[in-house]
Design a protein around this ligand. Structure first.
Ligand code: B12
Ligand code: SF4
Length: 568
C-alpha cells in the first residue's frame, strides 16, 4: 500500500479510431456498421493497481469505446458532432477527478484522444492529466507538447503510474521515476517491463459495465450464438521483432507469464460471477512456452472448466504445432486465424523478418481445415522493398491454400516500428503524413494516403481490394470445392457488417441455390438488384465486378435479364 489519501481517479480508455470515422458514425453516414469493442485491459490493470495501493481512492473507469458502441447501437439517436459526443461521455462522471489517466494504445486515436484531453481540461481545469499506452510510448515527442497533458508514461504503467500518483499526492517531483515524461527534455525515459506478472492485482471487473461487454465484445472472428466473452491475457512480450509491429515496445521482447494457477482462478471467477462461456486470449504471443501451454490446459481439464476459446490475434505458425492446435480444438476453438502475413520467402526473411516457415504454414492450415475448423490467414501487402513480383509470389502462394477466409491488410505505418522508420528514411512519408494516415483509416484496405517507389497508394489499395474480392468471394476455396455451408458462415457476417456488399450477396445467393434453398437465393438476387439501383456503394461495386457477379448468379439469368441497370 502506498497512501491512505482520499482522491478521485478517473481512468479513461481513449477512443481508438480516426476522428473522421468517428464523425461518420456519429452522423450516421458510416458504411461500416462495426466498431471494435473489447475489454479495456490497460486501464483495468491500472485500476487494479490503484485499488491495491490507494485503498481510499474513489476510482472510476470510463470506456469511451464502449460508450461509442452503445451510442451507435441505439437506432433512435439523432446525429451529433464529436465534441458533443465526448462531452456527453464525460458528463457521466459526477465528481471532479484529481487525476485523469487516459490510455492511447492505437495511433488511429491520436487526434481524437487529444480532443478528449482538451475537453477534459476544459471541464476539469485543475485535474492532472496523465497519458500512457503503446501510442504514447512510441510517439511521445508529439504528445507531450500538448499543453493540456501534464505527464506521459512511457512503457509499462504498472509501477510508474502508481509511483507518479504517489509523488503528486506528496507534492514531490516525479522526475526520477523511470517512464514518467513531463516535457520534451526527458523524452527517452521508459519504464521497464514488469518482471513478475503475478504481482498484478485482480482486475476490478466491478468498475466496468460487464453485462454489456460480455455480450458485445466483438473480437470473435465468427458469429457464435449465445457467446459471452471474458477477455484475459496470460503473458506479455514477444521476441520476434517483426518490422511492422510495435507490440514489444511496451512489454518488451522477453515473454513473461502469469502463473497458471492464478490464470485458472481468474477464468473461474469470470465463469462463476459473470456467466462467461467463452475465453478470449489477448497475449502478444499466445503459445510461446509449450510447457506453460500444456500445464494450463491440463489444469483446466482437472478443474472441469468448460468454455469455448477465441484467439483474435491468431496462432503464430512458428510456435504452434499440430498437437497444440488439437488441444485448442478440444477446448472449443471454432475458428483459427494464422498471421502468415506473406507467402513470399524473401519477404518473410528479409523484409518483415517474421521468418514464417511456409512449408509448416501449409501443413498447419491443411491440418486445421481438415478438422472442420474455420480457417483463416492474415496477409499484409505493401512493405517497403516489396515489389510487384514479390506481391505476386504471395498471391500465387495463398490462392492454393484451403482457407475459409483471407484477411487482407495494407502495410500500415505505426510509430517506432522498423518498417515505419524505413518509410521515413526513404522519404516516402513525413511525420505529418503519418498523422494524416492514422486519420484516414485504420489498418485495412482503404487507400494508403502516400505513394512509395513500389506503388502509389491508390494502386496498392486497388490491388489488395481486387485480391480480396477474387480470393475471398468468387474463387473462395469453399466455393471452388462446393463447401457451400462453410462459405455461408463468413458471408452472413460480411452482409451483416456491410449491408451494401453486393458481391457477398451474389455469392450467398449462389450458395443458397446450390444448397436447394431457392427462395433465399432469389431473395438475395432481388436485394442485390435493389441495392445496385439505390445505394451508391453497391452500384460502384457492381460496376467494378459486374462480369463476375453476373456469372455467379447465372441461375437467375431470367431475373437479371429484366434488370434495368443504368450503364453510365
Ligand atoms: C488486445 C489488443 C487489441 C484488442 C483490444 C483493443 C482494446 N480495446 O484495448 C483488439 C483485438 C480489439 C485490437 C484491435 C486492434 N488493434 Co490491437 N492490440 C491488442 C494487444 C495485443 C494487447 C493490448 C492489451 O490489452 N494489452 C494488455 C494491457 C494490460 O497492456 P497495455 O494495454 O499495453 O497497458 C499497459 C501499458 O501500455 C500502460 N498503459 C496503457 N494505458 C495507459 C494509460 C495510462 C494513463 C498509463 C499511465 C499507462 C497506460 O500500462 C499498462 C500496464 O502495463 C496490443 C499489443 C500490445 N502489446 O500492446 C495490440 C495493439 C495495441 N493493437 C494494435 C492495432 C494496430 C490494432 C488494430 C488497428 C488492428 C486492426 N487492423 O484493426 C485494431 C484497432 C482496434 C481499436 N479500434 O482499438 C497495435 C497498435 C499500434 C499502434 N501504434 O497503433 C498494437 C500495439 C499491436 C501491434 N501490432 O503493433 N487490439
Ligand atoms: S507481429 Fe506478432 S510475432 Fe511479430 S512481433 Fe508482433 S506480436 Fe510478435
Amino acid at each position: 500500500m502506498k497512501s491512505l489519501a482520499s482522491k478521485n481517479l478517473l481512468l479513461i480508455n481513449g477512443l481508438a479510431l480516426p476522428s473522421k470515422m468517428l464523425d461518420e458514425f456519429l452522423s450516421k453516414s458510416a458504411t461500416d456498421s462495426n466498431i471494435y469493442l473489447s475489454y479495456p485491459l490497460g486501464v483495468m490493470t491500472l485500476a487494479g493497481w490503484c485499488r491495491q495501493e490507494f485503498p481510499n481512492f474513489n476510482i472510476q473507469v470510463l470506456d469511451a469505446m464502449m460508450n461509442l458502441h452503445k451510442h451507435i447501437s441505439n437506432k433512435n439517436i439523432r446525429p451529433i458532432d464529436s465534441d458533443t459526443f465526448i462531452k456527453n461521455t464525460l458528463n457521466q462522471i459526477e465528481v471532479t477527478p484529481d487525476f485523469i489517466g487516459l490510455s492511447i494504445n492505437c495511433s488511429n486515436g491520436h487526434k481524437i484522444c487529444l480532443d478528449m484531453i482538451r475537453l477534459c481540461k476544459e471541464k476539469w481545469p485543475k485535474s492532472k492529466i496523465i497519458v500512457g499506452g503503446v501510442h504514447v510510448t512510441t510517439f511521445t515527442h508529439k504528445i507531450i507538447i500538448d499543453s493540456n497533458i501534464d505527464y506521459a508514461v512511457r512503457g509499462a504503467g504498472d509501477i510508474a503510474f502508481v509511483d507518479l500518483l504517489q509523488c503528486l499526492i506528496e507534492n514531490k517531483s516525479p522526475d526520477n521515476i523511470d517512464g514518467v515524461v513531463a516535457d520534451i527534455k526527458n523524452i527517452s525515459s521508459i519504464a521497464r517491463p514488469l518482471d513478475d506478472l503475478d504481482k498484478i492485482p485482480p482486475l476490478p471487473y466491478d468498475l466496468i459495465d460487464m453485462a454489456y461487454l460480455i455480450n458485445n465484445d466483438s473480437t470473435s472472428p465468427i458469429d457464435e450464438d449465445g457467446i459471452r466473452i471474458g477477455t484475459i491475457f496470460m503473458s506479455r512480450g514477444c521476441p520476434f521483432g517483426c518490422t511492422f509491429c510495435s507490440a514489444d515496445k511496451v512489454h518488451g521482447k522477453k515473454v513473461l507469464f502469469i502463473s497458471v494457477d492464478k490464470m485458472i482462478d481468474n477464468i473461474e471467477h469470470l465463469i462463476n460471477v459473470y456467466g462467461v462461456n467463452t475465453i478470449c486470449i489477448m497475449d502478444d504471443l499466445f503459445g510461446a512456452n509449450k510447457k506453460y501451454f500444456n500445464d494450463f490446459f491440463r489444469l483446466i481439464k482437472e478443474r472441469k472448466l468448460n468454455f469455448r476459446l477465441v484467439v483474435p490475434a491468431g496462432l503464430n505458425i512458428n510456435v504452434f504445432n499440430e498437437d497444440m492446435i488439437d488441444v485448442l480444438i478440444e477446448h472449443g476453438l471454432k475458428a483459427i486465424y494464422f498471421p502468415l502475413e506473406s507467402g513470399s520467402k524473401y519477404v518473410q526473411d528479409n523484409i518483415i523478418k517474421k521468418r514464417v516457415n511456409l512449408d509448416k504454414a501449409i501443413r498447419l492450415i491443411n491440418h486445421t481445415k481438415q478438422k472442420g475448423i474455420f480457417t483463416g490467414i492474415n496477409i499484409v501487402i505493401g512493405f517497403p522493398g516489396e515489389t510487384k513480383e514479390l506481391v505476386y509470389e504471395t498471391y500465387e502462394f495463398i490462392k492454393k491454400l484451403p482457407v475459409d477466409w483471407i484477411a487482407f491488410f495494407i502495410a500500415y505505418p505505426y510509430p517506432e516500428t522498423e518498417m515505419t522508420n524505413i518509410f521515413l528514411k526513404r522519404g516516402d512519408i513525413t511525420e505529418d503524413d503519418l498523422m494524416e494516415t492514422w486519420e484516414c483509416s485504420t489498418q485495412g484496405f482503404k487507400q494508403r494516403p502516400f505513394d512509395t517507389k513500389e506503388f502509389s497508394g491508390e494502386e496498392l489499395s486497388d490491388m489488395v481490394y481486387d485480391f480480396n474480392i477474387e480470393l475471398n468471394f468468387f474463387s473462395n476455396y469453399n466455393l471452388r470445392t462446393k463447401n457451400y455451408s462453410d462459405m455461408l458462415i463468413k458471408l452472413d457476417k460480411i452482409i451483416n457488417r456491410y449491408p451494401f456488399h453486393v458481391v457477398a450477396l451474389a455469392c450467398r445467393a449462389k450458395c443458397y441455390y446450390e444448397l436447394d434453398r431457392q427462395q433465399e437465393a432469389f431473395d438475395d438476387v432481388n436485394d442485390m438488384m435493389n441495392l445496385i439501383k439505390s445505394n451508391i456503394e453497391s452500384e460502384k461495386m457492381f460496376r467494378r465486378y459486374k462480369k463476375w457477379i453476373v456469372a455467379t448468379v447465372d441461375f437467375a439469368e431470367d431475373l437479371m435479364k429484366g434488370f434495368n441497370f443504368n450503364e453510365k
